[in-house]
Design a protein around this ligand. Structure first.
Ligand SMILES: [Zn+2]
Length: 520
């Protein structure tokens, strides 16, 4: 493992980010002002400026009206909405192959939005195991300024909006629930705020109450599909194409959509399988019911069981629905179903046959009424031939296979207010081939964050222990590691290839650890 040591304070930290290719200018260039029309755009998101004094008044009113916990909950939810939206912007804005560089777009966007400057102390990206850990220093938090102006010093952390942002951004980016917790806050007298993040299941129980106050776990758990709709554009996706293959695909979709048949969408990454699935749902009798998406490559083991089937005892001790239950009455779209291991295949098959689910920790069957759509690529056929994918499940999901041609193009119907209709705004809409966009999106989705939290007891450090100068010391040297792999058992990162042999070659060549350090 390559690990870097920080040798200076804040300036060096900033340099280390630039060393990673993490700059801010590529993002700030996406901020467009159109004052004559009262519009500010950050990429394709309309923004607004709010005075600190107004934010302070709002915060005071919220706390006076709703109480501390109520105000905290509301601001966390606001932050979650911002974080999930910025995860989409980050994916579109950054084309790097380095997951860490793409991830860093979020903290940089947070700075552009005037909220906080985030500097990594210990930040691990692991594509193979899908776990994220991070420890960050927050400087210049505007929430601290607002809280101090309204109420003076606090006995507990006050950066609620920002902690919601960090949790939702990371969860949406990784496709799994990650929770950030503020362990020091400048409003409490610390030199700066400090946050720690890791997968929700890795937090110990004693911190549950503190962790989950206000965090909407259901939102984090469904960030993938939730953030898809965060743009507020409810127009159905359009699939655009001209080839005969495309016409054949659309004909099959038109035929199968009104039925309740299970549909298997086969195609390479970026071909628009999710858009096709959404179109089938929108043209079915279930259109007004939930359309729930789950990427099977993002989950493994018990976490996958909990996500798919639910649990009687969630992280905060309360029952939690799995995605099968949440799709009740509607449609469940399982992306990359070939990534399910055999054990999960068996449980899914039983659920489909019996139309019931049993949550983890319960033997009580719960009735479900779900239409299943699934997507896969050629690896499904390889897995089936190799005995790694159950024949009975294959035939159940492949009753109506629809090949998605490689050049099928997905595009959202632009609205009249869309900046694309205002050339003077020159908002940099993604112009790349959608396949390339999809591939970029897959990098963070598969660049699951992992690693061991560097040492125990860090978050028990007293606030006086930390100051900017101390980051220069060995123990607190910032460490940014990123590991990306194409070799994990079930779902490689590299683009789909019709020829499995060269794909495996690339897989091997990408295998291993690509770790990057904050600073040498
Ligand atoms: Zn704070």
């Amino acid at each position: 493992m390559k690990r870097a040591r920080q040798t200076a304070g804040a300036t060096a930290l900033h340099s280390s980010c630039e060393d990673l290719g993490v700059e801010i200018s590529d993002l700030s260039a996406r901020l467009r002002f159109k004052p004559a029309d009262a519009q500010i755009w950050l990429e394709t998101e309309r923004m607004m400026m709010v005075h600190l004094s107004a934010f302070t008044s709002l915060r005071r009113e919220l706390i006076d009206t709703l109480g501390t916990q109520g105000a905290r909950r509301l601001l966390i939810r606001m932050g979650q909405a911002s974080g999930a939206t910025d995860a989409q912007i980050a994916r579109r804005a950054r084309s790097s192959d380095d997951p860490a560089a793409i991830f860093m777009a979020g903290p940089r966007l947070h700075a552009i939005e005037g909220m906080v400057r985030a500097e990594p102390l210990d930040f691990h990206v692991d594509a193979e195991t899908g776990v994220h850990t991070g420890e960050w220093i927050w400087r210049n938090s505007i929430e601290v300024d607002a809280h101090l102006a309204a109420f003076g010093p606090s006995s507990e952390p006050v950066c609620w909006h920002m902690i919601g942002y960090a949790s939702a951004y990371t969860s949406a980016f990784m496709g799994r629930p990650i929770i950030y917790r503020e362990v020091e806050c400048r409003a409490m007298g610390a030199p700066n705020c400090r946050i720690i993040g890791k997968p929700v299941h890795d937090w110990d129980e004693e911190s549950d109450e503190d962790l989950h106050t206000g965090i909407d776990l259901d939102v984090l758990g469904t960030c993938d599909e939730w953030s898809e709709g965060a743009s507020g554009n409810d127009e159905p996706d359009r699939l655009v194409g001209q080839s005969s293959d495309f016409a054949g695909m659309m004909h099959r979709i038109a035929m199968v959509a009104p039925t309740d048949a299970t549909v298997l969408l086969m195609g390479e990454p970026g071909s628009g399988k999710k858009s096709a699935a959404r179109l089938i749902h929108q043209r079915s009798a279930r259109a007004r019911k939930p359309f729930v998406v789950m990427n099977c490559a993002a989950w493994q083991g018990e976490a996958l069981d909990i996500e798919l089937f639910g649990t009687e005892r969630g992280p905060n001790g309360s029952p939690r629905q799995g995605r099968l239950e949440r799709a009740h009455g509607g449609t469940l779209f399982l992306e990359d179903i070939h990534c399910l291991d055999v054990r999960a295949q068996s449980k899914l098959l039983r659920a489909l046959q019996e139309k019931t689910v049993e949550r983890v920790g319960s033997s009580q069957p719960r009735t479900i009424n779900v239409r299943l759509l699934a997507s896969a690529n050629a690896r499904l056929l390889d897995a089936r031939r190799a005995g790694q994918f159950r024949e009975d499940l294959y035939y159940r999901i492949a009753t109506m296979p629809i090949p998605i041609p490689p050049l099928a193009r997905t595009a959202r119907r632009p609205s009249a207010a869309h900046p694309a209709f205002h050339p003077q705004v020159r908002a940099p809409l993604p112009q790349d081939h959608p396949g390339a966009v999809q591939r970029r999106r897959r990098v963070p989705q598969h660049a699951r964050l992992s690693g061991q939290y560097r040492r125990a007891g860090k978050h028990s450090r007293t606030r006086g222990d930390h100051d900017p100068g101390r980051t220069a010391a060995g123990d607190d040297a910032p460490v940014v590691t990123a590991r990306r792999t194409g070799s994990r058992v079930l779902c490689p990162v590299e683009p789909w290839s019709p020829d499995p042999a060269p794909a495996r070659g690339r897989q091997r060549s990408r295998n291993g650890s690509v770790r990057q350090s904050a600073r040498q």
